[in-house]
Design a protein around this ligand. Structure first.
Ligand code: SF4
Length: 191
């Protein structure tokens, strides 16, 4: 199986790659994350993934797009719903597009590893894209390896981020919000 796996960051990628390799699957790793701000943070996370690609010896494809302006434009109408309205969809859609353009059989994402992300939404959205693009979605609940992956990331000595990615989540580290910014609005999502 020729698998393209979207990587949100280096620490989240380690367990996903290890567990797929145990199944005999060697994924190509695809970086496309215009949701990471500010620029120095974006650079640090991309460099960490490059470092891990050397340590673990996987094929890394980088779509280098620092998307602060576009991200802010797209989420400004409803900042609390930004994850499901724009952040997940823009990244996951691009992965399926790239997979289609480059002859991959299946797509997955390391977003399925984090215990902090909206797992069910990500799964549902990938299933929708899978039908739309005619490419298999390889679902795994990578959350079961969360602590294992974090431990290995520390052993590798790579950069470990302190917040999800966007400037709003950076603010959330310090300001307690009354509403969960990762929550899914009742009316679903907009594209
Ligand atoms: S909190 Fe995380 S998932 Fe949500 S919009 Fe920001 S970077 Fe994306």
């Amino acid at each position: 199986m020729k698998l393209l796996m979207h990587a949100c960051c280096a620490p989240c990628s380690i367990y996903c790659i290890d567990s797929l390799r145990e199944e005999g699957i060697e994924p190509d790793i695809y970086w496309f994350n215009p949701n990471i701000h500010p620029y120095k943070e974006y650079e640090a996370r991309l460099n960490a993934l490059k470092e891990v690609s050397n340590i673990m010896d996987f094929n890394l494809i980088v779509e280098d797009n620092y998307g602060l302006d576009e991200f802010c434009k797209q989420v400004s109408d409803n900042i609390l719903a930004r994850c499901v309205n724009y952040c997940y969809p823009v990244r996951l859609r691009r992965v399926f597009e790239y997979a289609k353009e480059n002859g991959y059989d299946a797509v997955s994402t390391t977003l399925l590893y984090s215990i902090y992300q909206k797992h069910d939404f990500i799964k549902m959205y990938c299933e929708k894209l899978s039908k739309e693009y005619g490419i298999e979605f390889l679902y795994r609940d990578f959350r079961r390896g969360f602590y294992l992956g974090q431990r290995k990331a520390k052993e590798y000595g790579i950069y470990m981020q302190k917040y999800c990615g966007c400037i709003f989540s950076e603010e959330d580290r310090y300001v307690k919000k009354t509403k969960d910014p990762l929550s899914i609005p009742e009316d679903g999502f907009i594209e």
